[in-house]
Design a protein around this ligand. Sequence first.
Ligand code: SF4
Length: 211
Amino acid sequence: MNAQKRLEIFTRLREHNPEPTTELHWSTPFELLTAVLLSAQATDVGVNKATARLFPVANTPQAILDLGIDGLKEHIRTIGLYNTKAENLMKTCRILVEQHGCKVPKTRADLEALPGVGRKTANVILNTAFGEPTIAVDTHIFRVSNRTGLAKGKDVVEVEKKLLRHVPREFLQDAHHWLILHGRYTCVARKPRCGSCVIEDLCEFKDKVDL
Ligand code: SF4
């Protein structure tokens, strides 16, 4: 895909949604970190329901530690894999309290050292909480990037590197959210809604569906 097409794609995505953001509910970096940790293999809607119960009771590392593992599980048991997620969140809170002054660290290395935090989660925190131009390639971004031709790659790291290299600079900060939302609601996995896609004429996917 050439640079002009990429520019046009992001221009249209921006026109369509000028201020894209995550659908997870959060108001502090720690709340965002907690929500993202809980979101693996769960819907944002499900996570938001759980955090709507949890955050009024505990939305700091110390408050989560004070809940204890069983108290934490009570608030998040509607979310898949909640046992493992509760354990990771407790360990993460302990590290934040003991090593980071109860704050979420701002470097990739420190973030990825937290239990349950991988490259994707670190990218979400760096981008959405701290305003860094990172792109967390999830299943939606991977699919959209490969289908459209924005950034073709065999794995998420390759797609991430290509996106960082090729997304026009002015769009880099928000590219992550535009691509996720496009994949979640339009360029869906089974039958992409090409008939109502705002970038249909720019997309290089060979098997478009006229829905
Ligand atoms: S035209 Fe179809 S395949 Fe291409 S981005 Fe739009 S929905 Fe996805």
